[in-house]
Design a protein around this ligand. Structure first.
Ligand code: XLS
Ligand code: NI
Ligand code: NI
Length: 433
C-alpha cells in the first residue's frame, strides 16, 4: 500500500522546470569541490516533525491525522509509520533519517515493555533500511516529554529519575547501534532550570557531565564507533538550558573530559534564540574542531521561540555554507531537517514541498558559496586584513616570541586607519546570489 500515491519519485529537472515535484538545484550526483551534493549534505528526515507531528500547538489540537497513525496496537502503528517514512524518503531521495526513541514507537508502561516495543519496531525498520539503503544519521532519547522529566533527566535533583533516564538512554543507544546509526545526539530540553532559587547548578552540571561519560563508556563497550553530538539551545522548554550555545558547550565538554568523543549539532533556530547568527555558532564549533552536524530550519524574525520552519533564506544559508566549506565540511554528521509544516499546511503533499524547497536551497547556497570562495577576492581580502601578523615582529608575536615589554616597545606613532570594508565584503557575496 502507498501512503503518497499522488506523488512520483522526485526527479532533478533543473532551474527552468515548472514542476513543483522536481528539484531545480539539488542534483545528487553533481560534484562540487570533489564531492557530490549527496556527500556534502547527507540530508536526513526528522522522524518526529515529519511523521509524528499533527500540527498541535498550545492553543489547539492537531490539524492533520496521518493515515499511518490509526491502528490501536502500538507496534502495528509503528510499522505503518515506518512504511510511510521509507516510502517518503525513497521518493525524495533522502538517504538518512533521525529519530527519538519515542518517535519510532510509543513508550511502554515499564522500561522492559518499552524495550520490547522498540525491538519489535527496529526489526521492521531494519528491513526497510536493508531494502532501500537508507541509513540512520543519528538516534536520540526523548528525555523531555514524559512528566517524570519535568525537573530534568540527567540533571534531575531526584536520583530515581536520573536512573530512569539512564535506562532510557541505554535502550536508545542499543537501538541506534543495532540500526547501524552513525551518530548519537543529546539535546537537553529539560537539562536546565526554571528558577535558580531551588537549583544547585554546580551539582546538576557535575551530574550531567558524569552521565554523558557513562553513556559514552557504555556505547563504546557495545562497539559504537560513531560520534556523540550535543545540540545547544539556550531556552525553551526550560527557562535556562545548560547547553546554552556552542561556546558554552565547547567549554563544558572540555571541562568534563568529553571533548574526544563529542562534537556539536548546530541548529539554526537555536542559534538565533541564543542571540547569535547561525554562522557564528558554526564558526565557534568549527574553530574548536567540533563541527559535527546541523539541524536545518529557520526561526521567525518577529517571534522569540523555536518555530522550526523549513529553510528559505538563501542569503543566510550562503553565509553558513561559507563557514562549512572553509571548515572542510561536517565531521560525521549531515543536514537533518528539524523542521515542521505550518499548522495550516494540511495536505500530505506539503511534506514534499517543504523538503524539496529545503534541499534546493542548500544546493543553491553550496553552489554560491563555492563560487564566492573560488572566483571572488574574498579570501584574499580577509587574509590581507591580518597580513601584519605574517612577517616581521607581527609574526614573532603570533609565534609567542615577544614579551609584553618587547611588544610595548614596538608602539610607534599613531597606526594608520585601515578600513574594515564591510560593505564591500557584503557586495561581493550578493554578486553570487
Ligand atoms: C528541539 C530540538 C530537538 C532535537 C532532538 O528544539 O531541536 O528536536 O533536535 O532532540
Ligand atoms: Ni534539533
Ligand atoms: Ni529545535
Amino acid at each position: 500500500m502507498s501512503y503518497f500515491p499522488a506523488v512520483p519519485q522526485i526527479p532533478f529537472e533543473g532551474p527552468e522546470t515548472d514542476n513543483p515535484f522536481a528539484f531545480r538545484h539539488y542534483e545528487k550526483t553533481q560534484t562540487v569541490r570533489g564531492r557530490t551534493m549527496a556527500e556534502h549534505f547527507k540530508f536526513a528526515c526528522a522522524y518526529w516533525h515529519t511523521f509524528t507531528n499533527g500540527g498541535g500547538d498550545p492553543f489547539g489540537g492537531p490539524t492533520r491525522v496521518y493515515p499511518w497513525d490509526r491502528k490501536p496496537d502500538p507496534v502495528d502503528r509503528a510499522r505503518d509509520k515506518a512504511d510511510a517514512a521509507f516510502e517518503f524518503m525513497t521518493k525524495l531521495g533522502l538517504d538518512w533519517f533521525c529519530f527519538h526513541d519515542r518517535d519510532l514507537v510509543d513508550e511502554g508502561t515499564t522500561p522492559a515493555e518499552s524495550e520490547r516495543l522498540l525491538a519489535a519496531t527496529a526489526d521492521h525498520v531494519s528491513e526497510h533500511m536493508a531494502d532501500t539503503g537508507i541509513g540512520l544519521l543519528w538516534g536520540t532519547a526523548n528525555l523531555f516529554s514524559h512528566p517524570r522529566y519535568m525537573n530534568g533527566a540527567a540533571t534531575n535533583p531526584d536520583f530515581a529519575v536520573v536512573a530512569h533516564a539512564a535506562a532510557q538512554v541505554q535502550q536508545a543507544l542499543d537501538v541506534t547501534i543495532r540500526l547501524g546509526g552513525e551518530n548519537y545526539v543529546f539535546w537537553g530540553g529539560r537539562e536546565g532550570y526554571m528558577s535558580l532559587l531551588n537549583t544547585d547548578m554546580k551539582r546538576e552540571l557535575d551530574n550531567l557531565g558524569r552521565f554523558l561519560g557513562l553513556a559514552r563508556d557504555y556505547a563504546r563497550a557495545q562497539g559504537f564507533t560513531g560520534t556523540f553530538f550535543i545540540e545547544p539551545k539556550p531556552c525553551e522548554p526550560s527557562k535556562h538550558q545548560y547547553d546554552y550555545d556552542a561556546a558554552t558547550v565547547v567549554g563544558f565538554l572540555r571541562h568534563y573530559g568529553l571533548a574526544d568523543d563529542f562534537k556539536l549539532n548546530i541548529e539554526v533556530n537555536h542559534a538565533t534564540l541564543s542571540g547569535h547568527t547561525f554562522e557564528h555558532e558554526l564558526q565557534v564549533a568549527a574553530d574548536a574542531g567540533m563541527l559535527g552536524s546541523i539541524d536545518a530550519n529557520r526561526g521567525d524574525y518577529q517571534n522569540g521561540w523555536d518555530t522550526d520552519q523549513f529553510p528559505n533564506n538563501l542569503h543566510e544559508l550562503t553565509e553558513a555554507m561559507l563557514v562549512i566549506l572553509r571548515a572542510g565540511g561536517l565531521q560525521g554528521g549531515g543536514v537533518n531537517f528539524d523542521a515542521k509544516l505550518r499548522r495550516n499546511s494540511t495536505d500530505l503533499e506539503d511534506l514534499f514541498h517543504a523538503h524539496i524547497g529545503g534541499m534546493d536551497l542548500f544546493a543553491r547556497a553550496l553552489l554560491a558559496a563555492d563560487r564566492i570562495l573560488e572566483e571572488s577576492p574574498i579570501e584574499a581580502m580577509r587574509q590581507e586584513r591580518y597580513a601584519s601578523f605574517d612577517a616581521g615582529s607581527g609574526a614573532a608575536f603570533a609565534r609567542g616570541k615577544l614579551s609584553l615589554s618587547e611588544l610595548a616597545a614596538l608602539a610607534a606613532g599613531e597606526p594608520e586607519m585601515r578600513s574594515g570594508k564591510q560593505e564591500l565584503f557584503e557586495n561581493l557575496v550578493n554578486r553570487y546570489l
